[in-house]
Write a protein that binds this ligand. Sequence first.
Ligand SMILES: [Zn+2]
Length: 679
Amino acid sequence: MTQNPFFEVWSTPFGVPPFDSIRPEHFPPAFDRAMKQQLAEISVITGSAERPSFGDTIEALERSGRLLDRVGRVFFNLQASNSDDALEAIARDYAPKLAQHQMRIALDPALFARIADLYARRADLGLAADQLRLLERYHLRLVRSGALLSVGQKARMATISERLATLHTLFAQNVLHDERDWQLILDETELDGLPVFARAAAKQAARERGIDGRYAVTLARSAVEPFLTFSSRRDLRQTLWEAWTARGTHEGASDNRPIIQEIIALRSEQARLLGYDNFADYRLDDTMAKTSAAVERLLTQVWEPAKEKAREERAALEAAARAEGLNETIAPWDWRYYAEKVRQAQYDLDEADVKPYFVLDNMVRAAFDTAGRLFDLSFIERPDIPVYHPDVRVWEVRDRAGAHIGLFLQDNFARPGKQSGAWSSRYRDQEALDAPVTPIVVNNTNFAKGEPTLLSFDDARTLFHEFGHGLHALLSRVRYRSQSGTAVRRDFVEFPSQIFEHWMSVPETLRTYARHCETGAPLPEDLLRRLLAAQTFNQGFATVEYTASALIDLELHRTAATVASDAARFEREFLQRMAVPAEIGLRHRLPHFQHLFAGGGYAAGYYAYLWAEVLEADGFAAFTEAGNVFDAELAARLKEIYSAGDTRDSMELFRAFRGREPTIAALLEQRGLTVAHCN
Ligand SMILES: [Zn+2]
């Protein structure tokens, strides 16, 4: 019997997972043992004859499930970043088992009795503020899982959770399947309009798929967007667009439409069991927004101004199209192409001229140095630390005094077996309950690899966004694991990431780090000026595309299950009723809307980005008002938010930083949606 690394002490630097010795077959026995171990730990807590104390119940819970945490984090991170058939099979097998395990603990009556007893006496326990909040959160979490329901209802809650875990896994795997299954293979003669970087990326993608001498455009967003922006072959743009938006809609084993229907019905049933009218009400009750009415208010505040701006944008696009001889209406596969023409004309900006100034390595350095100036961090590359794929790079993070803060991993390139999109995750969370534990953070993007790798302005923004999440985990200074870093409400978690994006596009950053990939020359001043002036360009499109997706998410989760029985029809009727411009559509169509269906995290929660943008735009305005985007005092106050994790209320944290509640004005200005005729 070979040894299982999960059952051994990790002697790697900083206890990073020993990736080089972990194999798929290690996971099932590790999961089995880890779940058993946690149940034994829970039965020690519930078996106590003593009146419950904070230490023997809440802190004991915090200490439970260590092995499960370790196995689960390695597994789910690898499954997202570096999947294969073996990991996918284990995910299908273990997702429902893990859900069942979680529910078994959450619905354990003896455990809840102890927590309820503590909760009732919480004012008299002499708890510190973080402890009181932790106790309240445990109590709320169990109530929201169904701890107050009858035995029969609890059983139903558990069955539903288990089934949902399976459905979420299938949904994600189906999208991955459709993305892996399709590529547009092109000859040299079919690349009309594509700039050098897009050709190089397509050549590399073909090579990775074993096709030499030709070009492949895959369904990764980082491959699709440039092709739709530059290819002058309208027929090929249409082919690509149709394949991209058809992910998850193909009849057969990878069809996500029946899965959506079942997910919506089950979520709705859970919400009703817990006494809510619908899933959105249930989900939003535990957010900053609180109610679906508050979310709707925010979304509708931007919806009409955004559509108005998009109408103006379309008129300019149509003029450009007519000048090129296209006399049809603008189709969804035309928007990016003509927008780029208009952008070039209006701002004299050519994406192909800009891109050579955004070298991936330089922008990574820019992100690190920004964190250095704002938060006193430094990053030292550690090529000696084992990784799970040669593309992954590791840095040790230190504070001003040189003390170790954590590890930061970056996995930047698109490849088969990696989920599309960009995300930040952790292999280990910061905590300090028994001893200081430092975080191990990983950021994923799907850039097209090149030599060197060049980013678009938006790619660079994404890099900073995910790095903001990474900092939220790295700067965490909490006692309890459950309150660590990003463990805040969903509509607050995007605040630290989105506000950090601003430092990518400030002139100080661009002047220093945006350097030509061949000559090393800085971005010319007039190009920089035009680049910044163009920041509100096409924001009507971007806001409509996003807000339409946020609105359909809200509506779907407010709807009675029967209405959503046909996902395609629901989508069609929504687009019509809301008068969503057909040439824009949804940023994510339902059959591949992973935020909603590859897990429950962003269900009835896609609005969170806009909610956080209200806070972030208003928050960054504090720096511009101070006349210094690196203002030390403001940076110190901002650092408090990154460090506090979930130890304090989100709005309270924001007020402590800004000195007041947020207003929406800065967001409207940031998106160029300021309405001139306000009353
Ligand atoms: Zn984010």
